[in-house]
Design a protein around this ligand. Sequence first.
Ligand code: ADP
Length: 351
Amino acid sequence: MIHELEHTKYALDHSAIVALTDKTGKIKYVNDKFVEISGYSREELIGKTHRVINSQYHSADFMKNLWKTILSGNIWKGEIRNKTKNGKYYWVDTTITPLLDEKGKPEQFIAIHYDITKLKDLEKQKDEFIGIASHELKTPVTSLKGYAQVLRKRFIKDGNKVAVSYMDKMDSQINKLSFLIQDLLDVTKIETGKLQFHTEIIDMNHLVKEILETMQLTTEKHLIVTQGKIKHAVFGDRERIGQVMINLISNAIKYSPKSDKIHVLLSSDTNTVKICIKDYGVGIPKEKQKHVFKRFYRVSGAKEDTFPGLGLGLYISAEIIKRHQGDMSVESTTGEGSTFCFILPTYNSTV
Ligand code: ADP
């Protein structure tokens, strides 16, 4: 048994960065990989907390959540950015396991880290590329739209109906392209912390009515029916909240090709406003529902070809709602349909 433990430790020390701390977080042991990556000597680390390698990157909430998790005896997993002795940053994928005493209270913590700095660098490069590419695409698409409109007017003047109908099709494809580019730009803004809001008091019934009227024009098949009323105003970015509704209704239309109805359910109390978009479409399997708000996530399967998209709309929408101190959720049954809801604090509850 002792042999096996020694072998496990030997293997672990060769693959991972390991630290053992007491219950206050003071380092009692570090392996060679920890010493190597941090640039500190063993003597400089023992007796100190992980604060020595703190890079000031993570929020107070992030750290509070980490400590709350491990102090209550649970395992914490996540990605942490640290700083070496000579000031260089490195990222680690971390698992912290509390070792409990006989009363079930954490006595020590084992932190096992894996170096993911290269992966993070690649991710950063990818984000930068998306940012530059979408920015560069925006100008030609805008000018394409302008010229298409000029041509359309010419064809109308000439009475060329066939050409006008082609121009309409072209315009709707250009609009699709613009939306894709806008989504990519929004993702870049989210990733770089540059998504800004222009806040005002919003009459939600008015906003819902406006959005539904516009969205109804985009579908001949589906009837979008509202149920309920919102009795309270919201304080936030009208355009961005409208964008969330457009995303959810577009998805409801896109993912329910065989049904002809979409319900928009409205409700509110003194503290929260709730809006749900219910469709009777393909639905989302249970195990995939928790992933749909992630960046670039698409439910894979045969329908991937049927329904085009980048897997960004829900990620952007959830971020917009989160930044308004709200929350977004989904309930869905495969083959029966999905209901996407979001709640927002009322204006009264925020003043
Ligand atoms: P996109 O639609 O561009 O793929 P989204 O971020 O809007 O990206 O959605 C992510 C994934 O969630 C979609 O690929 C789809 O599989 C699933 N999804 C979203 N809305 C619905 C819906 N109303 N019904 C079924 N599946 C949905």
